[in-house]
Design a protein around this ligand. Structure first.
Ligand code: UN1
Length: 485
């Protein structure tokens, strides 16, 4: 059976592109999931125009209408979790349970923002001057470009598109090239849930071709981007001339501190799930373990045992703990970093190509022991199943090593000491801190984001979303007063 063709969707219509790109299953490269018809710059420009055209009517809908669309979409996403989870696992390579959970999370996000649309977001108060009334209202920003990475093909698009629509914005959505099918399904579901044509447009196209339109076209009022630090910095530079509002979620280099006071089993589980869950392809991945001297050797020994039982295989295979790396390019990067760690003196446990499980990009989880703060493996984001270990004297040195990162998205500590946990929560430089939990895995109803090079602009998700997806307006009224105060 030939693979189905996916197109861009502009103003409610499917638009063919100028070049076909196969969507390949990383677990089995002979399996073509779909073919994406890749748009050129003119289609991207039309998508911006369609979103601008749809804006006044969508911005003028009632909160109830916007809520109802998102709620219906969320219901369908959750009802189809098995099928969409299978598609996501096939397309991206995370395991089926991980993929299905991501689909459910996307549905929950849609439903959460259906609720947010109905909540009060304004203020009414007395002026500091007599006889004047003040209101602060939240209005939609306009046309929002949503540009998303391949590692969360449905949840990240959902957590950007849902708040954009909830607050009355219209959207041009460009997913990562590697995951067009999940994106296409999400857009189809939201559009069929009752959105007017043009309120949500999909552009399947190469970043180098359509990206500049989506970030610099005069009709674009805001850009929300999750991806690499260099691309994000490029978008920021582009918008200096246009003045568009920008929200960037970029890299992470996330430490997990394991102290002498840790419960060893909890620490190993946090490092396994945080480091190797989703094949380590998360900006929130626990990529550095900072272990204090008294626990270091026991931790490495327990991790080594746990890693040897960790099943690597087809993302949709039964009993598989970790799927393949997403594509050959990322596999090359992972293998390079393993060599970089070895070259700097680390002993690397695992990290070899896994043969005999299929025609995919399989890599065993890697633990690089004997690394130091400042090593490249501890300074740069790998985005693969590679965890390095730094041994330190005590908790104070662990905190210092954890805070040496410049991409401070998430940080964790495993300890049974309340004093250590409380101190770490207060003094970590990261935007998110986890105690006895992996650094990855976050809720949708609270703010998400990092510090340092990791993020720019208002936080995403939860109660923070209103900041980016609306613009506040302050009004002053002197009711019935003939004289100007
Ligand atoms: C999570 O850890 O649950 O791209 C979410 C990423 C992040 C999302 C992580 N923006 O990995």
């Amino acid at each position: 059976m030939s693979a189905r063709t996916l197109t861009s969707v502009v103003g409610g219509e499917r638009v063919d592109g100028s070049e076909d790109r196969p969507d390949i299953n990383p677990s089995d490269v002979t399996d073509v999931v779909a073919v994406a018809s890749m748009a050129d710059a003119s289609t991207a420009a039309q998508a911006v125009e369609a979103a601008a055209g749809a804006f006044p009517a969508w911005a003028g809908t009632t909160p109830w209408e916007r809520s109802a669309v998102l709620d219906r979409a969320g219901t369908e996403v959750i009802a189809r979790a098995d099928e969409l989870g299978d598609l996501l696992a096939r397309e991206e390579g995370k395991t089926y349970p991980e993929a299905r959970a991501e689909v459910v999370r996307a549905g929950q996000i849609l439903k959460y923002f259906a609720g947010v649309a109905l909540q009060p977001h304004g203020l009414a108060l007395d002026s500091v001057r007599p006889g004047i009334e003040v209101t602060v209202v939240r209005e939609p920003v306009g046309v929002v470009s949503v540009i998303t990475p391949w590692n969360f093909p449905i949840a990240i698009p959902a957590w950007k598109i849902a708040p954009a629509l909830a607050f009355g914005n219209t959207v041009v959505f460009k997913p990562a090239d590697l995951v067009p099918a999940s994106a296409w399904e999400l857009v189809d579901i939201i559009n069929r849930a009752g959105l007017p044509a043009g309120a949500l447009n999909l552009v399947l196209g190469r970043g180098s071709v359509v990206g500049p339109v989506l970030t610099t076209a005069p009709g674009v009022d805001a850009i929300t981007f999750t991806g690499s630090v260099p691309t994000g910095r490029g978008i920021l530079a582009d918008t200096v001339s246009t003045g568009a509002k920008v929200q960037l979620e970029l890299g992470g280099k996330n430490p997990l501190v394991v102290t002498d006071r840790a419960d060893l089993a909890v620490a190993v589980e946090c490092a396994m799930q945080g480091g190797f869950g989703s094949t380590g392809q998360r900006c929130t991945a626990s990529s550095i373990v900072v272990a204090t001297r008294g626990v270091h050797d026991a931790f490495v020994e327990a991790m080594t045992a746990r890693m040897s039982a960790w099943q690597v295989g087809d993302a949709r295979g039964a009993g598989v703990d970790m799927g393949p790396v997403v594509d050959p390019g990322q596999l090359g990067v992972d293998l390079d970093y393993i060599e970089i760690a070895r070259g700097a003196g680390a002993e690397v446990i695992g990290g070899h190509r896994v043969e005999g499980v299929g025609d995919g990009h399989y890599l065993a989880p890697a633990l690089a022991v004997g690394t130091r703060v400042g090593d490249r493996i501890n300074a740069e984001e790998v985005f693969g199943p590679v965890v390095s270990v730094i041994e330190v004297d005590d908790y104070a040195a662990a905190l210092e090593a954890a805070n040496a990162s410049t991409m401070n998205l998430s940080a964790g500590i495993c300890t049974t000491s309340l004093a250590e946990a409380a101190h770490f929560r207060r003094h970590s430089k990261a935007g998110m801190v986890m105690v006895n939990l992996p650094t990855a895995g976050v809720d949708f109803h609270v703010p998400f984001g990092g510090r340092g090079e990791s993020s720019h602009g208002p936080r995403e998700q939860g109660t923070a979303a209103v900041e980016f997806f609306t613009s506040s307006k302050t009004t002053y009224t002197a009711p019935g007063s003939p004289s100007v105060a």
